[in-house]
Design a protein around this ligand. Structure first.
Ligand code: OSB
Ligand code: MG
Length: 382
């Protein structure tokens, strides 16, 4: 496609209730959104105007990973978008498939890169009338929906929240844990709701190998997996931990690239991998990791980053690929938001319907998007 310019917004969306993890509490989702404007040549070579949307999953503060919203906006404004526009100026156009290579000289900043690739891919697919799901190779029309349950003020409060999600039909419960909030809440949920509910936990890197005995106590509760118990760069230590506990280990934060995924598999540091497009630099790398895991018999599931309807649409498409054999964190919009910026995703029998329209298959309701927008800037070839 040809690109005329990129609109970059920062939005702030209130969460229905504060979301607490081992790394902090969020009451609002701050995110950077991109709108790429340009044109795509149709088969008859006539150009049609297109736009595409990208969502950057970096959070307000660098607590989940090193990226954060204002940092992502800065690197997009000063380095990533200018590189993209420079390429378009030099060669006449760009494809989504070229972006990873084009941006490779800029080190890191994968969430920012992923947002730009997502926006170009959306525009490109809208131009040819193909859906994200069709493009990525989805094999299902609906995906089972899991829910991530934040750390609660008390076990009583936790049981109420989990009971409510189960009543809504969620297909799997994930409890956020941290030292001091682990064995007791997990035991309480198992005792209250029984051994049959699909249950897993996510530590967001809050433990060290010295906590192996505590983590081994979770073996009693028949969990599907424990997600990212140790630090992002503790890949080898996760392999050690895997020998000390029976619960399967799933890695999230550690899997920052296709190469990291290959290391995790070779070192047997995880039996399961959580795939998040933002964390690995885009939906194309996400698909590559899916393919690698599938070839190696490693089950994967689609993680979430409290996305708006835009990122949620892309995640639903990704989660519909055949290797995604565990329910993902692709919940209904109303899990986090009273009002989403797109038509809301809803649960139907514990599943989310994968959009089928061109590109993401959803678009922002502009009045709603504008109401959450705190800054807007226009980036074009200088
Ligand atoms: O570790 O999976 C995580 C949210 C923000 C940052 C990291 C994580 C999460 C979640 C929520 O668990 C997943 C969702 O969007 O539903
Ligand atoms: Mg996680």
């Amino acid at each position: 496609m040809k690109i005329t310019g990129v609109e970059m917004r920062t939005i702030r969306m209130p969460l229905k209730s504060p979301f607490e993890t081992s790394f902090g509490v969020e009451a609002e989702r701050v995110a950077v959104l991109l709108r790429v404007l340009g044109s795509v040549a149709r088969p008859d070579r006539r150009p049609v105007d297109v736009q595409g949307w990208g969502e950057c999953v970096a959070m307000e503060a660098p607590l989940y990973s090193s990226e954060y919203a204002d940092g992502a906006a800065d690197v997009l404004r000063r380095f990533l978008v200018p590189r993209l526009l420079g390429h378009v100026k030099d060669t006449g156009d760009v494809t989504a498939e070229q972006i990873d290579g084009l941006l490779a000289p800029i080190i890191g900043h994968r969430m920012a890169k992923a947002a730009l690739e997502m926006a170009v891919l959306d525009a490109q697919l809208r131009g040819i009338g193909q859906s994200f799901a069709g493009y990525l190779g989805a094999t299902r029309q609906r995906v089972p929906s899991g829910v991530s349950v934040g750390i609660q003020p008390s076990v009583t409060a936790l049981l109420e929240v989990v009971g409510d999600y189960l009543a809504q039909g969620y297909a799997r419960i994930k409890l956020k844990i941290k030292p001091g909030w682990d064995v007791t809440p997990v035991q309480a949920v198992r005792e209250h709701f029984g051994g049959l509910i699909p249950l897993q936990v996510d530590a967001n890197a809050a433990y060290t190998l010295a906590d192996a005995r505590t983590l081994a106590r979770l073996d009693a509760f028949d969990l599907l997996l424990i997600e990212q118990p140790l630090a992002e760069d503790d890949i080898r230590q996760h392999a050690e931990l895997a020998r000390l506990i029976r619960t399967p280990i799933c890695l999230d934060e550690s899997v920052v690239s296709v190469r990291a995924a290959a290391d995790v598999i070779a070192l047997r540091a995880a039996q399961v991998i959580n795939i998040k497009a933002g964390r690995v630099g885009g939906y194309l790398n996400a698909r590559r990791i899916h393919d690698l895991c599938r070839a190696n018999g490693i089950p994967v599931w689609c993680g979430g980053m409290v996305e708006t309807g835009l990122g949620r649409a892309a995640n639903a498409a990704l989660a519909a690929l055949p290797g995604f054999t565990l329910p993902g964190d692709v919940s209904a919009s109303d899990r986090f938001y009273e009002q989403d910026i797109t038509a809301p995703f809803v649960l139907e029998d514990g599943e989310i319907i994968v959009p089928t329209g061109p590109g993401l298959g959803v678009e922002p309701i502009m009045g709603v998007l504008d109401s959450f927008t705190v800054t807007t800037e226009w980036l074009e070839q200088g």
